[in-house]
Design a binder for this molecule. Structure first.
Ligand SMILES: *[C@@H]1O[C@H](CO)[C@@H](O)[C@H](O)[C@H]1NC(C)=O
Ligand SMILES: *[C@@H]1O[C@H](CO)[C@@H](O)[C@H](O)[C@H]1NC(C)=O
Ligand SMILES: *[C@@H]1O[C@H](CO)[C@@H](O)[C@H](O)[C@H]1NC(C)=O
Length: 622
């Protein structure tokens, strides 16, 4: 009797003790079970012959839930069956009018609208790969992006983009390209006979025979997604069919089911919108609420209207939401999950405080990379958890990086050096069969630049993520900075995201951008922050001074502050930063106010042309 009670007590106590010693045991355990289930599904699908493609998952959904709502756009719902029929019409129309053959790549230049998805499905049915162009590009960059996708002879554009296409059609004509506008008739008569409307009214909605995609294999390119590189030149990451199959699992592995409603406001031509949002819904059979573009002011009203349960974010999206005026019903909505990447700790806290108990799944991944992490434990600020199993599957490592020379540190044997836990290092991941790096289309130079050789053994090859990360004692992994963003001052590395997080805590700061600027006569770069002040508030110089003093080591405290009335939205973040770095702290190049951290006055003081000169000549010591 006694023994039994002890046993019983032990049994009850066991999970508690486990929780005490390994606080994340159950979370890890459940996540890995889920991961295993998905891995098994993935492997069994990837063994099927003929190959099981992402399109086949869509066709399964059409069979099992034909009348379930798949997409809602501007209040108009489309069921899975509707999407199937619409895409058949497009496929049949394309077959009738164009010279398109199975396997040819096609370039899509389309806004977020149902036709984008129908076109993609149509092309998948025809066995064609699709390049997804960024719809904000024009003129020369439109042409150079187009040419990244070699062999493309067909471009399909949204009706709204007809003018942008006509601007370049002469150049495209040289490449012998057919241009189709997704509308029944052209808005204005076209100057070129090569621009045609793709009419689907008369087109048959009968199924496209499977034989059209008979030559598609797992290694065939499926989509090309453009990533903006630091050099400004576009690179198209090749996503092959296997990769699509893996992408199907992302939402499913984070607990999304057919009962969920996903709000897709991010562009479909990017990884987040296409691979995660759209394909996630294809896999799970959930509903997509599609929007032309993100709107912070309409966001929650639409979430309520459509009973949205899952939202996606990248970078600044949640910050924009936190920056809208507070409302009484901020916590009244059905959103249970937010999934994305680039959420900073300060915004994360604000977001939860304000909008209630939403599970945030922050992940780390890149379109072309071969390793990813997901933070399934809700640890604020982390991009994921590392585990033995994960590392066995995807052999990655954080290695020492010399930010000054902009290259990995090499030991006497010429090999890289792993950093210990708690220290920041460059994330590299071994290129293997299950973690391949396909590279960029038509750009062997950029592709080779991402390959790092002789890492731990002579002859081995790793993917160089270009990102600096850190693993803590509890095995959480944190994104620190992009290589190149981190700068060195007084022999110390300054991670710009860390400094931004800390400044972001101040209530009068709406947005902040941290970077390093050169000062004559000094090695490295000194910290500077461009700050946008919240409406109706002002820059409290002394509060800022005390705050950076209390929370940042001396070398990381921004010595210069630039107050910006608005952050530019037309350029990419990278370009904005480059411009800021170029302007430096010279008060005469801009009408923005500039401040200087003054030790004597214990506050930030205005940089006058006189002070500027004194800094340049070294009479003010930094
Ligand atoms: C598949 O490839 C074979 C051999 O290259 C070719 O003859 C055939 O036409 C292709 N089928 C389709 C549907 O493109
Ligand atoms: C595509 O995926 C396969 C895995 O099925 C991979 O081995 C291959 O390297 C990938 N890339 C290309 C261009 O085939
Ligand atoms: C949202 O949910 C409410 C309550 O369950 C329901 O009455 C309403 O019809 C739903 N709206 C949509 C668009 O599904």
């Amino acid at each position: 009797m006694f023994l039994e009670s002890v046993l019983l007590a032990c049994l009850i106590a066991f999970p508690l003790i486990l929780k005490l010693i390994f606080p994340f045991f159950w979370t890890d355990f459940l996540y890995h079970i889920e991961l295993l289930r998905i891995l098994i599904k993935f492997v069994s699908r990837s063994r099927r012959r003929p190959p099981f493609l992402a399109l086949d998952r869509f066709l399964e959904q059409v069979k099992t839930r034909p009348n379930k709502t798949f997409i809602v756009f501007e209040n108009k719902p489309y069921s899975f069956k509707d999407a199937d029929k619409e895409s058949n019409k497009i496929a049949n129309a394309l077959r009738a009018v164009s010279v398109l053959r199975s396997g040819d790549p096609v370039v899509l230049f389309m806004l977020n609208e149902p036709a984008f998805i129908f076109c993609w499905l149509a092309l998948a049915k025809l066995g064609c790969a699709c390049a997804l162009l960024n719809t904000s590009i024009r003129a020369r960059s439109l042409i150079s992006n187009f040419r990244c996708c070699r062999g493309a002879k067909v471009l399909i554009a949204s009706a709204e983009l007809q003018a942008a296409v006509e601007e370049v059609c002469e150049d495209l004509q040289q490449d012998d390209v057919m241009i189709f506008i997704m509308s029944e008739e052209l808005r204005s008569s076209s100057s070129s006979s090569r621009v045609k409307s793709l009419s689907v009214l008369e087109s048959s909605d009968s199924d496209v025979p499977q034989s059209y995609r008979a030559n598609v294999s797992f290694t065939s390119p499926a989509v090309y997604i453009y990533t903006s590189g630091t050099t400004g030149l576009p690179k198209a990451a090749v996503i092959n069919q296997t990769r699509l199959l893996a992408a199907l699992a992302v939402l499913a592995s984070n607990g999304v089911t057919e009962r969920d409603v996903i709000y897709v406001t991010l562009p479909l031509y990017h990884t987040a919108g296409f691979l995660i949002g759209f394909l996630g819904s294809v896999e799970t059979g959930s509903t997509i609420i599609l929007r032309h573009k993100f709107s912070a002011s309409r966001f929650w009203d639409e979430c309520r209207l459509y009973n949205v349960t899952v939202i996606q974010y990248i970078g600044e999206v949640l910050r924009y939401l936190c920056n809208t005026p507070e409302k009484r019903d901020d916590k009244e909505h059905g959103v249970r999950l937010a999934i994305g990447n680039g959420l900073r700790a300060d915004v994360w806290r604000k977001f939860l405080n304000r909008f209630g108990n939403i599970e945030v799944r922050e992940f780390y991944a890149s379109t072309e990379g071969n390793v990813g992490f997901v933070n399934y434990a809700g640890q604020i600020g982390a991009v994921g958890r590392v585990s033995y199993l994960h590392r066995k599957l995807f052999p990655y490592s954080l290695i020492q990086y010399d930010t000054e020379r902009d290259e990995p540190v090499r030991d006497s044997k010429g090999l890289c050096v792993e950093v210990p836990k708690g220290q920041t290092g460059l994330l590299v991941s071994k290129i293997t069969e299950i973690a391949p790096f396909v590279g960029y289309a038509e750009n062997e130079h950029q592709t080779e630049k991402k390959r790092l050789r002789d890492v731990f053994k002579s002859g081995d090859v790793y993917f160089n993520s270009g990102d600096l990360l850190k693993i803590d004692r509890d095995n959480f992994i944190y994104f620190q900075d992009r290589v190149g963003d981190t700068f060195r001052w007084k022999g110390e590395n300054v991670a710009t995201t860390e400094v931004s997080d800390i400044i972001g805590f101040l209530d009068f700061v709406e947005e902040v951008n941290v970077y390093g600027v050169k000062v004559p006569g000094h090695e490295g770069r000194i910290g500077m922050a461009a700050v946008k002040i919240r409406d109706g508030m002002e820059f409290e110089r002394t509060k800022m001074f005390n705050h950076v003093r209390n929370f940042l080591p001396a070398y990381a405290q921004p010595r210069f502050i630039r107050i910006q009335s608005c952050m530019e939205v037309t350029r990419t973040f990278k370009q904005i930063k480059l411009k800021l770095v170029e302007d430096g702290f010279n008060p005469t190049v801009t009408s923005d106010s500039m401040y200087f951290l003054c030790e004597n006055e214990k506050t930030y003081v205005s940089i006058t042309p006189f002070i500027y000169q004194q800094i340049l000549t070294g009479s003010i010591k930094l």
